[in-house]
Design a protein around this ligand. Structure first.
Ligand SMILES: [Zn+2]
Length: 313
């Protein structure tokens, strides 16, 4: 078996499995980890091979991307794909996000996709990490400078900022990623405030699949006072701006307030994930992949950033 980073992550045994590829390919099987656009094949609406994803991911792909040919898998069930045994596991990143445990004659491979070891408010649970021989792990925040504050504390600070803004006669506008982060914020606002939540049409479309799993209340318009959630701010009079992203740990957003709310594991979370899986080798992908591999090697863990060169296993 061999692995490389090419058209997504390519695993070649007797047949070819593509994890989060850029495009689908005839004769291979495609596994999608979650519905963020950088993990979804460009030709998802007309795939050239069988595409698999968790049920919730398949639903988001249908509602948001108009992709109706994705085969839904259930978490913790084992599937036989091209002679490889594949088990989808909860990844904790956004609704439906999946890790894949892939077993062949040789080593057990765990691919994390994007993960959050702590889970979130609108996901199935924390990452269900299991032991494997080869761990292919994301490294978005794979550098020690990315250590997040308690997410509960950040959530409370966000709610306090919203309440204070409304008390001052202002409309709070929160910029958040369309799929995942926006729904976390809607859920939080619904639970802890009585404020109407107005969302962008894109966020409303992304939220549809969530309604099958969570009770989210939002609308496209409402009289003041309200709180606005969208991927971008709108031009609203008497408003104040905020951004909800893990990058707020480092970045300054000028006149907008940054809230370090992340759907990813921070550096410590990624280390915790590696310890739990206890693999023989760690292959890092995405974001700070080289840096994270360096940090793991410093700890005496065999690790390398996955590249376009095949690694034979
Ligand atoms: Zn993602």
């Amino acid at each position: 078996m061999r692995i490389r980073l090419g058209n997504g992550i390519e695993i070649e045994g007797d047949r070819r499995i593509l994890l989060d590829p850029i495009t689908t390919e005839e004769g291979s099987a495609v596994l999608i980890s979650h519905a963020h656009y950088d993990h979804v094949p460009k030709d998802i609406r007309n795939p050239r091979c069988t595409v698999f994803a968790s049920r919730a991911t398949a639903e988001i792909l249908s509602y948001f991307y108009g992709a109706d040919e994705v085969n839904a898998m259930e978490f913790n069930s084992q599937y036989d794909l091209h002679g490889m045994k594949v088990t989808p596991l909860v990844a904790g990143h956004i609704l439906g996000s999946t890790m894949y445990l892939i077993e062949h004659d040789g080593p057990r491979i765990l691919y994390t996709g994007d993960i959050n070891v702590g889970g979130g408010l609108t996901v199935e649970g924390p990452a269900d990490l299991q032991e494997a021989d080869i761990l292919i792990i994301e490294a978005t925040y794979g550098s020690p400078e990315y250590i997040f504050p308690s997410q509960d504390e950040v959530r409370m600070n966000l709610i306090k900022w919203v309440a204070d803004s409304v008390k001052n006669g202002l409309i709070p506008m929160i910029s958040a990623y369309t799929i995942g982060k926006s729904q976390e914020i809607i859920y939080l606002l619904n639970k802890l405030t009585n404020l109407p939540v107005v969302v962008s049409s894109k966020v409303a479309r992304a939220s549809e699949a969530y309604l099958n799993y969570f009770d989210l209340r939002y609308q496209l318009e409402h009289d003041e006072p309200y709180v606005y959630v969208g991927s971008r701010w709108k031009n609203i009079e008497n408003s104040v701006k905020a951004v909800a992203t893990g990058w707020a740990i480092k970045r300054d957003f000028g006149d907008a307030k940054g809230f370090c709310l992340s759907s990813h594991s921070d550096f410590n979370g990624l280390i915790k994930a590696v310890m739990k899986v206890d693999p023989e080798i760690v292959l890092t992908v995405y974001g700070q992949s080289r840096r994270f591999a360096d940090e793991l090697r410093k700890m005496g863990i065999k690790a390398e950033a996955l590249s376009s060169e095949f690694i034979k296993l």
